[in-house]
Ligand binder design. Structure first.
Ligand code: TXA
Ligand code: MG
Length: 323
C-alpha cells in the first residue's frame, strides 16, 4: 500500500493540536485522538455520542511503550504480544496511576493494542505517542470498514479521515483480559480461544456470551437501522413466508446457500462460505443493505464452530430477534 507522507504529517499535526483523525486498522476504522490529551479524549465521546462509561482502546506503535500505560505486563502477555502483535488483539492490563480515567471509564484497567495496518503503523510511528481510538461509528452502530463509511457516519464532525482501503479482518479485535488468573476473552474476534490457548499452553477462559431471545430487552450493538432477524438454517424458508405475511415489504436475505429457484419474498444475497471472507465483508454488506429501504433483513445463522464464533457474536448483537 502506498503511504502519502504529507497526509500522515497533516494527521500528526491535527493529533498534536487535539483534533480527531479517523484511520484504518486491519480490523475496522478507528476514531483517533492523542491518548494524553484529555480534551481530545472528551471530544471522542461527544462526536460518537458514546457514554463515558465505555472505555477506549489505546493504540501503540511498539511493545516498548507498554509500561507507559500498563502497571505490569506478565510473561504470558508478552507471549501473546509476540505471537499476535501487530495484529487484531487487544489486551487489558492493570493501569498505571497517571493514565487518564477518561480512557478507562474511571476503572483500574487499560486496554492496549498494536495494529498492523500499514497506515496505522505509519501514523503511530510519525506521531510518536499513543492514539486512543474506538471504532469510528456512532454509538451502537455498525463499525466502518471503509473510509467512505466513516465519512457517512462522522463526516463533518472530525478533522480528517485517512483512507486505507477496505479493512482486511472486518470485525473488531479480540479483547483478552490479562488481569484475571486465567486470561479471559471479553470480546471474541478472529483470533480465537484456540489460537490464544495454543500460544500459552493452557486453556483460556471466555465470558459467557448471553444469547437473549426476548425482543426488546436485547442489547443491540453493531446494529443496522432496519429490523434485523437472525434465523437458523432449518427455519429460514418457513420464516421467510411468515415474516412476509406478518410484516409485509421486501426482505433482504443474507445466506451462505444458493437461493431457492423461486424466491418471491425478497432479495437473496449470497454470503461467503469461508469465515474469514464472511467477516471481512459482513459490515459493508449490512451497511449497503441498510440503506436500500428493505422492510427487514433476515440473516441465516452461521455454523456453531470456533471459526465462526466471533461472527456469530456480532450477528446476535446486530439482530433484534433471534430464532
Ligand atoms: O478492533 C478494534 O478493537 C477497534 C480498532 C479501531 O482498534 N476498536 C474498537 O474500539 O472496537 P471500541 O471502542 O469500539 O470497542 C472497544 C471495546 C469496548 O467494548 C470497551 O468496553 C472495551 O473495548 N474496553 C476498553 N477498555 C476496556 C477495559 N479497560 N476493560 C474492559 N473492556 C475494555
Ligand atoms: Mg465500537
Amino acid at each position: 500500500m502506498k503511504i502519502h507522507h504529507t497526509e500522515i504529517a497533516q494527521a500528526v499535526t491535527i493529533l498534536q493540536q487535539g483534533g480527531l483523525v479517523a484511520f484504518p486498522t486491519e480490523t475496522v476504522y478507528g476514531l483517533g485522538a492523542d491518548a494524553r490529551n484529555e480534551s481530545a479524549l472528551s471530544r471522542i465521546f461527544s462526536v460518537k455520542e458514546r457514554p463515558a462509561s465505555h472505555p477506549l482502546i489505546v493504540h501503540l506503535g511498539s511493545t516498548e511503550s507498554l509500561l507507559d500505560w500498563a502497571f505490569e505486563v506478565s510473561d504470558e502477555a508478552y507471549q501473546l504480544a509476540k505471537a499476535f502483535w501487530p495484529g487484531p488483539l487487544t489486551m487489558v492490563f492493570k493501569k498505571r496511576k497517571d493514565v487518564s480515567g477518561l480512557l478507562t471509564a474511571q476503572q483500574e484497567t487499560i486496554a492496549l493494542r498494536i495494529p498492523r495496518h500499514p497506515l496505522a503503523k505509519a501514523l503511530l510511528a510519525a506521531f510518536g505517542g499513543a492514539i486512543a481510538a474506538p471504532s469510528a461509528n456512532l454509538f451502537t452502530r455498525i463499525s466502518p470498514t471503509t473510509a467512505l463509511s466513516v465519512e457517512e457516519e462522522l463526516g463533518g464532525r472530525i478533522e480528517m479521515i485517512l483512507d486505507g482501503g477496505a479493512c482486511e479482518v472486518g470485525l473488531e479485535s479480540t479483547i483478552v483480559d490479562m488481569t484475571t488468573k486465567t486470561p479471559t476473552i471479553l470480546r471474541p474476534g478472529m483470533i480465537g480461544s484456540f489460537e490464544l490457548s495454543q500460544v500459552l499452553g493452557r486453556m483460556i477462559a471466555e465470558i459467557a456470551i448471553p444469547n437473549i431471545r426476548v425482543p426488546g430487552s436485547h442489547h443491540q450493538h453493531y446494529a443496522p437501522k432496519t429490523l434485523t432477524l437472525l434465523v437458523s438454517s432449518r427455519a429460514l424458508n418457513d420464516f421467510l413466508h411468515k415474516i412476509k405475511e406478518e410484516k409485509g415489504g421486501k426482505i433482504a436475505i443474507l445466506s451462505r446457500h444458493e437461493a431457492p429457484l423461486s424466491c418471491a419474498e425478497g432479495d437473496w444475497i449470497l454470503m461467503p462460505q469461508d469465515p474469514k471472507q464472511y467477516a471481512q465483508q459482513l459490515y459493508q454488506i449490512l451497511r449497503t443493505v441498510d440503506k436500500q429501504g428493505y422492510a427487514s433483513i433476515m440473516i441465516e445463522a452461521v455454523p456453531p464452530t470456533l471459526a465462526w464464533a466471533a461472527i456469530h457474536n456480532r450477528l446476535t448483537k446486530a439482530a433484534q430477534e433471534i430464532f
